[in-house]
Design a protein around this ligand. Structure first.
Ligand code: ADP
Ligand code: MG
Length: 370
């Protein structure tokens, strides 16, 4: 999850990242808070605009998050959002023994409610809308490859085939009226890792809006929500990480100008292991049981929903460039744009975002509707 996006304002750089190193957090802190945007710094040094802003750093969902709000209730907004993020982390984790997902996976309960129920419903819907490339039931395979524990291994073909028979969303029945979940067999398990941060970004955006925040930036480890526009009314500028230099905080592939948008990236540079020179990434192709490996280095989805954007970025990454382009062309239920960066450094953008994306690496090729 060493992915990140960045925001540039006119004179300062704000960096937003996933598992970025401590030094990067300091940079972020300096970038955001060095301009007196920190909520608890002395108000006497602030301009009127700055005194109505607040920034909070949160570590949740295995990643560093930064919340920035502008407006009279900015402090209340980021405080409430931080509390909710810790709650969501506890509720949606597959490894936290107190979570509803853990209880389901370990057959301690067959009930879900609240956020876990909302995420499960969204996951079922989005799996069917993404040709099952997004599939939270791949968790037994994610575990077999060692991603949750970071004890990486290459499972045998036999093991993968056997585990594949315990995956597939058709094996999950969810009765929304009672919250009861039934798995087709005893070995099925689910993992909301590919959608939880996107869902959380929707929750935080709603909290911000409920506090009348019309300008804010929410970065949940690379899942970015540019809420409203900047305080001067201009668009936010969100930079997309150059996947070929994941550890260089200054290496970005391009910048998206946007307002009221979620920008969510999935990529092979985020979490992976290498064996015999081959890279195995943490996104599993549900149809094969192997890590997706189709020449894409990253996919960024731009959407008006964090939940959909997160599921989509994972799904499009699994699909690969050609199938994902076709999927975008034919998609009527899901409205989004996307930026694809290949392992060779080529950039492709869907036409809806082409005019708002500038690349510093390569001239993007536009994917058009026809
Ligand atoms: P990140 O977690 O870095 O934001 P993603 O949103 O793409 O990246 O989610 C990847 C995580 O989701 C993996 O670590 C794994 O837990 C889980 N996962 C892997 N493959 C899939 C898939 N095809 N569908 C749904 N979840 C997946
Ligand atoms: Mg995702």
């Amino acid at each position: 999850m060493e992915k990140f996006s960045e925001r540039f304002s006119d004179r300062r750089l704000c960096r937003i990242s996933g598992l970025f190193p401590v030094i990067l957090i300091c940079l972020l802190f300096v970038s955001l808070c060095g301009c007196s945007m920190q909520s608890d710094s002395s108000s006497s040094e602030k301009t009127p605009e700055e005194s109505e802003s607040a920034t909070r750093e949160v570590y949740a969902m295995d990643t560093y998050m930064t919340l920035t709000a502008y407006g009279a209730s900015a402090d209340d907004a980021v405080s409430e959002a931080s509390r909710r993020l810790y709650e969501l982390d506890a509720e949606l984790s597959a490894t936290d023994e107190s979570s509803q997902i853990y209880a389901l996976n370990n057959r301690l309960s067959d009930q879900v409610s609240g956020d876990a129920a909302a995420v499960l419903s969204a996951s079922i819907r989005l799996s069917s809308l993404t040709e099952h490339c997004f599939d939270i039931s791949v968790y037994p395979l994610v575990c077999a490859w060692g991603f949750p524990t970071r004890e990486y291994r290459i499972p045998s073909g036999e093991e993968i085939n056997s585990l594949l028979s315990h995956t597939g969303m058709e094996g999950i029945s969810f009765d929304e009226s009672t919250g009861t979940v039934t798995f087709a067999d005893d070995q099925m398990m689910i993992d909301a890792g590919a959608i939880a941060k996107g869902y959380a970004s929707d929750v935080v955006a709603d909290i911000f809006r409920s506090h009348d925040i019309t300008s804010g930036l929410i970065s949940l480890g690379g899942n970015v929500c540019a809420l409203g526009s900047k305080t001067d009314g201009s668009d936010w500028n969100v930079a997309i990480q150059d996947p070929s230099s994941p550890s260089d905080p200054n290496a970005y592939a391009g910048i998206v100008s946007c307002s009221d948008a979620f920008l969510i990236t999935s990529g092979s540079y985020q979490r992976y292991f290498t064996e015999d020179g081959k890279r195995y990434c943490h996104i599993i192709d549900p149809s094969t049981g192997y890590p997706a490996d189709n020449g894409l280095a990253s996919v960024t989805v731009i959407s008006s929903s964090g939940t959909e954007g997160d599921a989509l970025s994972t799904a499009l990454y699994v699909m690969g460039l050609e199938r994902a382009s076709e999927f975008w062309r034919n998609s009527t239920d899901l409205r989004f744009d996307a930026i694809f960066i290949t392992e060779e450094g080529k950039i492709y953008v869907t036409e809806g975002i082409a005019g708002d994306f500038e690349s510093s690496l390569a001239e993007p090729e536009v994917i058009s509707r026809s």
